[in-house]
Each structure stands twice: as structure tokens, then as C-alpha cells.
Design a protein around this ligand. Structure first.
Ligand code: SF4
Length: 184
């Protein structure tokens, strides 16, 4: 069992969906930093780390904290690597986030239309996905994008992704280094 499944209380914590804004209370920011430290330690010892990181950066645009990275850090890594992944219709990745289920763009829009006065949190609960997934689909709808409008660029090498990780993420001695191999 991976750390993100064993400790879903950390990885699925609402603060891990989106980092608190600068205006958040000191207590909230400290709680978030503590959750990130604990999640990082679990990812650092995870046998799926390399595979999970590669998938989260180069294959699937998932939300939340995955493979020692925040969503913002993964975006920075993609910029460095000059790769673009389509926002994914799946909210599951490797062993991570196993309580979620696939959700389609059309399903999100349909439920939004069906329950216009629902909060986004309620929609996420109805869909069984994360809040940020709902937001991402609604943003995409506002921009007039559909999941099939973009052509994915070539995928980077695994070592390039690991290089980007070391560049973007403040790698501590306890964090994983290269040498792991992809599982799939
Ligand atoms: S998010 Fe990925 S690297 Fe972290 S514990 Fe889960 S499977 Fe392992």
C-alpha cells in the first residue's frame, strides 16, 4: 500500500487541494506546511515515486499533492520540459488518490447545469472527484475548450523529468534521487 493510500488523511486533506493564499491565517499556513512535509516524506520512500512523478508531470494533469510535488511545481516542471499535457478526465494516478473515480468533462458540465445553485464543493462530492478537478473543467468550459481540441506534444525522457524535479523542487537529503525505474 502506498503512502498516499495509507495516509489519505494527509493527501486528501482539503488544504492539499490548493495551497492556502497569502491572506490565510498563520495557523492555516503552518498546518499546510506540516501536511506537505509529511506527504513529501511518504513520497520520498515510495517505491512508485519515479513512475508516479512521470505520470503526474508528463502524462496526466492531476490535482493536489502527488509524487513530492504540488500542482504549481508540476506546471513549472512542464514549462522547463516544454511539455504540455491535456487536463485529464481522470483523477486517479498510480496508487494515489484511490478513492476518486474517473469523471468526464461532459459529466461535470451536465451536473453544473442540473444543479446551478450547488456549491463547487457539492458538485465535487456528487461527482466523486476533487474540487480542483471541477474548477478545471469549468474553467475550460468558460474558455470554450473541449478535451479533444489540443494535440499532445512528445513526451519527455524519464531522466529529463527527474532533472526538472531536482531543479524545481527543493530536494532535501531525505528525498528520492534518480535510480528508480518506471513500473509500467
Ligand atoms: S503520490 Fe505517488 S509517490 Fe507519493 S506515495 Fe502516492 S504513489 Fe507514492
Amino acid at each position: 500500500m502506498t503512502g498516499c493510500i495509507a495516509r489519505s488523511d494527509i493527501f486528501q486533506h482539503r488544504l492539499m487541494e490548493e495551497p492556502p493564499p497569502a491572506s490565510a491565517t498563520r495557523r492555516t499556513r503552518e498546518r499546510y506546511e506540516q501536511l506537505v512535509r509529511e506527504a513529501k516524506a511518504l513520497c520520498a520512500s515510495c517505491p512508485l515515486f519515479t513512475d508516479c512523478l512521470y505520470s503526474a508531470v508528463a502524462e496526466h494533469d492531476v490535482s493536489g499533492f502527488v509524487a513530492g510535488t504540488t500542482a504549481a511545481q508540476r506546471r513549472s516542471m512542464r514549462n522547463l520540459l516544454d511539455v504540455e499535457v491535456q487536463a485529464d478526465d481522470f483523477d486517479q494516478l498510480a496508487g494515489a488518490r484511490g478513492t476518486r473515480r474517473p469523471v468526464s468533462h461532459e459529466e461535470v458540465l451536465r451536473l453544473r447545469g442540473q444543479y446551478p445553485s450547488d456549491s463547487l464543493e457539492s458538485l465535487a462530492m456528487r461527482l466523486g472527484c476533487s474540487l480542483s478537478t471541477v474548477k478545471r473543467h469549468l474553467r475550460r468550459a468558460r474558455r470554450g475548450q473541449s478535451p479533444a481540441t489540443k494535440t499532445p506534444r512528445p513526451r519527455p525522457e524519464v531522466n529529463a523529468v527527474l532533472d526538472a524535479f531536482e531543479t524545481v523542487v527543493d530536494v532535501q537529503p531525505c528525498q528520492p534521487r534518480r535510480g528508480g525505474s518506471r513500473v509500467a
